[in-house]
Design a protein around this ligand. Sequence first.
Ligand SMILES: [Zn+2]
Ligand SMILES: [Zn+2]
Length: 739
Amino acid sequence: MKKTLFSLLAIALVFSLSTTAFAAYNFSFGQSFVYDETYVLGDANGDGSVDGKDSLNLKAAVAGMGGYSTDIQATDIDADGALSAKDSYSMKLILSGTKRSEDFEVKNGEHVQLYRLTVGGYDISDYSIVLNEGITDDDNSYVAALILQKYVEKVTGELILITYGTATTDHVIRLCQYDLFTEEGQKYGVEGLRYEVKDGDLNIYGTLRGTMYAVYEILEQYLGIRFSSNNETFVYKARLVDIPEGTEEEIYPRISFRTARQTFGSSGALNYYLALKLNGDYLGGYDEKRFGTLSGPIYSNAHSFNEYWKMGTGTYPANTEGMTESQILEAKYASGTAPDPYGWQPCVTNEKDYTTLFTGMLECNRMGMLWGNTPFIEEGVTVFSFSICDNQNYCTCRNCRKIAVTQKEGYSGLYLSLYNRACVDVQEYYPGVRLMGIVYAKDFPATIKPDENLVILYCGTGCNNHMLGREECYESGGQLNNSNNNNDVFALNFWGDACKETGADLWFWVYPVTYHYYLVGCPNIPNLYYDTKYLMDECNVTGIFYEGGGRTYNFETLKAYASVRLMWDPDMTYEEYVEVCKEYLYINYGEGYEELWEYIEMQTEAGDQCGTCFINNFDRPGDMYSYEYIAENYEYMRSLLVTALNKAERSAHKSKIETLIMSCDFLGLSSVHTDWYVNENNVELYKERYANMYNYIVSNGIVTFSEQSVYPVPESLDYKTNPMTQFYNEGSRRPGIYP
Ligand SMILES: [Zn+2]
Ligand SMILES: [Zn+2]
């Protein structure tokens, strides 16, 4: 009887969700699932086939005989955690052809990756998900329940019911969402989470984001799911997994602002952005309370004075009849004066200018809210940008100079005083809101400290080759603009200390992206780990904005993924970071992940040996790698990719590795051009490789540069010119640093 009721309720629930809530929230997965094949059921000795040897192996294991290595996941056919005569019998059915291995991996007519999930030893089908009484569709734990329900069904084939208040099942998964403003809620804060298995129940605690984050953690940890892109979700295979009695996990993230921009695919943010606990901005439709609120700015991302000035100098329309508030503000904005964002900065000491900027800030952000950018001011996670423009033309009027120069506050201190003033004034309008402003100037204030409601943004560093805090950068040596990290390290430490002292925050904008020269990626994957650690441990950085973008021919998505994982778990060791990278390589490129990691390490070494500092967004690839190192190791590095290609089984993996080989050949042939072709030491192989590379680029429509009109793909094969020069013209090398 109970069973009948359960199925009826389940059907009713699915129906109502698919017609209302699902449609409104775009909760359909929208992604494809990639199922890992780590073993074939029945293949006891792991030799790739199910045969008589496996049967003997299993019999011996059942009889308790030693000397056999048996894969329990592959032989525990009844998924009870032990090998028994029952498993031997099922094996017999497979061997006789009465049943196929796959037949034992089906539940309710569907293939399942995890055949049996238990909690504290009890089967997941004994459970229901219980929400607090009073939870509505607009609460995060409701979203968490839907996510958990969907993935449990997808992976195990078991549909578990969602109920409110009291349970109808013997065991429960209780999603306990506290109001943020209660005593319990304050303990968890916006993001804290806890889960435990106690007396056979799985209890999950949080406030605005915690229950959703905990669910994603459990899906990764126990259901073997990896959210590696928006479009694809990877699932490991297992026979039996238990979330054991006594499990206890508690997480309070150290980085409170986590954002990454990269091409993750086009589906909903639930498959990647929220699953990996990013919380910054730009979610389009996901910046709602039920998705856990967002920590980023609600109107302008970074620079904003030019926009506020335009709003502040605008005039209201003479006749506002029939206009919405948003239309009135838009009209005012349109009538304002727009200063040049790359040449203008406001005066700090002129009262009227301050009023213009401050009014502009209030009205621009109000306009953003009317557009639907949801503010979470009360929760203390919303910020408004209040920041200088992207240039260094600071005001040099008499009064401003007095503060900056005479009083030794510097231009950073001068504009900091403007930020601080607005931080205090804005509380009257939006209590609890924080403002964020950029610091650029390499001078430091003598006495002015950041207000406790200020978020200082620090953008990028002058060198992408060397790691922060290691004193490896060159003071001079032919770098572009003599750029290096030395000043940045000093500044980051200075601002980090100042923020820690007053309770302000320091957020860092990191630019590891390969923006322009798409045939060659910037060799900075280990740097991401050590730099993030340095920023957090030494500079008190509490927010990271990862600037991604560009094409994904090399390892751009790996970089973003690894960084995102670090933002959530910054205390991981370097070995764990490498494991994150290798797993990503396994998921995206197949069995040759060890070879690919070795290739990445050699690329990093080639970068280190280039003999200078470089900035990956501006420097040329020919300047980011040692040609000598690449020339010497080209054949070996290429062989790593070829091995990975041979190991790959999926066509998607193969094609990604083929693209890597094209890229490897581009840099490799550029490095050996003189030796192989000009000096005629390996002409035939040079020509063969070059022709293959060129044809691959043309036939696959590879975009070689960000603005293809600047460096178009060469119209024909050309062996005589170095490929780097042929494809990137005189932009291939910076003059003066190489022999
Ligand atoms: Zn001034
Ligand atoms: Zn450097």
